[in-house]
Design a protein around this ligand. Structure first.
Ligand SMILES: Cc1ncc(C[n+]2csc(CCOP(=O)(O)OP(=O)(O)O)c2C)c(N)n1
Ligand SMILES: [Mg+2]
Length: 689
């Protein structure tokens, strides 16, 4: 393999600076992955310095190209670029530009140390320049598809003649692990179908993973697979050949009808005399002696550490720095004109960028009349979503081929389906690709869109890794999850969630919201929309639930507090408390009526969202669940796990302790003992009656 045939002196110097910074940081931390940054330094250099439409002086500029390091273990590669190109710091809380660099040399020296923005893997929000959190392989690839979809949607909705505000590209580096993971394939299949020509994946075909050579577990022909998925597949046989890399990138730019993958042959740990081309270069420092030998091979001062030649900084400043500034300034001038010509659209865009809600967004949210027959919460959800979306132009979403069941289709005029010939559509068709959907939703969200994704609740098992990352990144993705329990009936145990409420509640930062009637659905949507720092899982029924008479019982607006007293014990001094969510609210309500008729003083608490309830002050929580009342029964058609906290050690739980069964839902509720009679019995038993 060549040294770097087309690299000039300064290019080579810059590339070796990226390499040596990465090696030094990993060595100092005594932890990390040096080999891949060393191999991918040339292609990363080429992308940033010569192609990425990005201004380091304003890393939040909305028109910028996105760079995603899906192989997040190679984090030092990204950190080196952020440092060397002088990406400017941005305030974590309000996104204003700050003086000083996003990542200083000192930060690089503190790689993988507590409080350093140079965390083990790139963490979105830790430092400007990190477009998404990566590390769980495949996720960055999935995110990138959402980003590319967002670019096309923004262009179709907001570009006007003479105003091409949005035409950004998404550049991705990915590894063997990324391409082995299913989520990347789901996302790639979506991208091919949608003809996302603004998406470029550079696949690091180094034939090495942790256990050894890919010969052990990964021998497919990736290029042929991607051709089958509708991609443009290119090959570059030498990761050091900047000319060949540029030719491939030029072909990507000239392709208008499909995404592009470049299969780039590289040698992990390139330049290291003893560790190159070996998995030994993957996950541990090279060692002080090997670093010296490698630096020698690069023609680098052997003993220098964290050396950044001045001319390298100047080189980046006059390359990506100057090009990016000019491009951003032109874009801003164009946007100023756009603002005059299209004030409504410009205001929407500015709202989106500031993560604000549009004016009047609440206008359409309906109130549902009292109705004993009621409606399924998936149905009221569909109505609320359709009432909300016309007033919230960048609320965009869809389902994993279940819209007729999840009721997530936006039906109003102009909503449209997002397809390659209509990128303006607001209904996304993710296909039966739940994981790809959830990963893409994160990417959409990172580009300013408010996304929602729908499927059956049980299939959150297929989405969970991306949901966790949405929570970790504080992205306000909305999951619309229907068929939420044995209440779905005949489809049986494979489709009946049992542990899923507990499993979702275990994801820190995910609001799990299970409204009990149509008006709680409306109020929960209102609250979810306002919460811009958390993802939310709306958990909804297939079966009807009555719409509660709010003139007799507490207003549904209280649902925003997570838990509230729906029906008080006569006299206001309860001896027992019933707590329920979702469809079990009605069962608990009937138990409350029965007990009240029998003279038992019981309070009924509706608890649509435990996370919101936990956020309330102690006085409020105590007012709903007075600590003096220890006779408590929670009712939920799921496992007990998360309820100990609210019912306490003396409390009881009516729910599921086995998988479900096939049958009409009414029969199932009886079979599993989730009935008003049993709930009433449990309340009495807890009172020793
Ligand atoms: C979902 C997931 N599974 C496992 C890992 C642990 N892991 C980190 S890197 C890696 C594989 C490394 O091989 P490759 O992706 O080819 O990267 P390279 O060493 O070539 O840079 C694995 C299994 C992970 N980060 N994410
Ligand atoms: Mg590899």
């Amino acid at each position: 393999m060549s040294v770097a045939p087309s690299a000039t002196g300064i290019e080579q110097l810059a590339i070796n600076t990226i390499r040596t910074l990465s090696m030094d940081a990993v060595q100092k931390a005594n932890s990390g992955h040096p080999g891949t940054p060393m191999a991918l330094a040339p292609v990363t250099y080429s992308i940033w310095q010569n192609n990425l439409n990005y201004d380091p002086a304003n890393p939040l500029w909305p028109g910028r190209d996105r760079f995603v390091l899906s192989c997040g273990h190679a984090s030092m590669l990204l950190y080196s670029m952020i440092h060397l190109t002088g990406v400017r710091a941005v305030d974590k809380h309000d996104n204003h530009l700050m003086d000083g660099p996003s990542m200083s040399l000192e930060d690089l020296k503190n790689f993988r140390q507590l409080e350093s923005p140079c965390a083990g893997h790139p963490e979105f929000g830790y430092a400007a320049g990190i477009e998404t959190t990566t590390g769980p392989l495949g996720q960055g690839c999935g995110n990138s598809v959402g980003m590319a979809m967002a670019a096309k949607w923004l262009a179709a909705r907001y570009n006007k003649p003479g105003f091409d505000l949005f035409d950004f590209d998404v550049y991705v580096l990915c590894s063997d692990g990324d391409l082995m993971e299913g989520v990347a394939n789901e996302a790639a299949s979506m991208a091919g179908h949608l003809q996302l020509s603004n998406l470029l994946w550079i696949y690091d075909d180094n034939k090495i993973t942790i256990e050894g050579e890919t010969e052990l577990a990964f021998t497919e022909d990736v290029a042929t697979r991607f051709e089958g998925l509708g991609w443009n597949a290119l090959r570059v046989d030498d990761a050091n050949d900047l000319g060949a890399i540029q030719k491939a990138i030029d072909k990507f730019k000239a392709t208008n009808d499909k995404p592009t993958i470049v299969v780039l042959k590289s040698i992990i740990g390139w330049g290291s005399p003893h560790k190159a081309n070996s998995h030994a270069a993957h996950g541990s420092p090279l060692g002080a002696d090997e670093i010296k030998l490698t630096k020698k091979a690069y023609g680098w001062p052997e003993d220098a550490q964290f050396l950044v030649p001045d001319e390298v900084r100047e080189h980046f400043a006059s390359g990506i720095g100057a090009r990016g500034r000019e491009s951003r300034e032109q874009w801003e001038a164009k946007f100023a004109e756009y603002k005059k010509a299209y004030p409504k659209e410009a205001a929407e865009l500015e709202g989106m960028w500031k993560a604000e809600l549009p004016k009047d967004w609440e206008k359409g949210i309906p109130t549902f009349p009292t109705d004993a027959k009621g409606m399924a919460t998936r149905v009221s959800s569909g109505k609320v979503l359709n009432a909300l979306a016309p007033h919230y132009p960048w609320l965009v979403g869809g389902s994993a081929d279940l819209a007729p069941s999840t009721m997530t289709m936006l039906e109003f005029e102009g909503a449209g389906s997002y397809e390659h010939d209509n990128y303006a559509g607001r209904n996304l068709h993710f296909g039966i690709r739940e994981h790809g959907m959830a990963a893409a939703c994160n990417g959409l969200s990172l580009c300013g869109i408010r996304p929602y994704g729908g499927t059956f609740f049980v299939f959150t098992d297929y989405m969970r890794p991306s949901m966790r990352l949405a929570a970790l990144m504080h992205r306000p993705v909305i999951y619309v999850l229907t068929h939420d329990s044995i209440g779905l009936g005949e489809d049986g145990p494979t489709h009946q969630p049992v542990e899923h409420l507990a499993a979702c509640r275990a994801i820190i930062g995910l609001d799990v919201v299970r409204p009990g009637d149509a008006n709680e659905v409306a109020e929960c949507y209102r609250e979810i929309v306002k919460r811009l720092k958390h993802p939310a899982a709306l958990v909804l029924t297939r079966q009807n639930v009555p719409t509660i008479d709010r003139t007799k019982f507490a207003p549904a607006a209280n649902a925003a507090k997570g838990g509230y007293v729906l029906a008080e014990a006569p006299g206001g001094k309860p001896e027992a408390i019933l707590i329920a969510t979702g469809s079990e609210l009605d069962i608990a309500f009937k138990a409350w009526e029965k007990l009240t008729a029998e003279g038992v003083k019981v309070r009924l608490v509706s608890m649509p969202c435990c996370e919101w309830f936990d956020e309330q002050d102690e006085a409020y929580r105590e007012s709903v669940l007075p600590s003096s009342v220890t006779a408590r029964v929670a009712v939920e058609a799921g496992v007990e796990q998360s309820w100990y906290k609210y019912v306490g050690t003396k409390g009881r739980f009516v729910g599921m302790s086995t998988y479900g069964a096939s049958g009409p839902y009414t029969a199932l509720y009886k079979h599993f003992g989730i009935t008003p009679e049993r709930v009433a019995e449990q309340v009495k038993a807890s009172l020793g009656k």
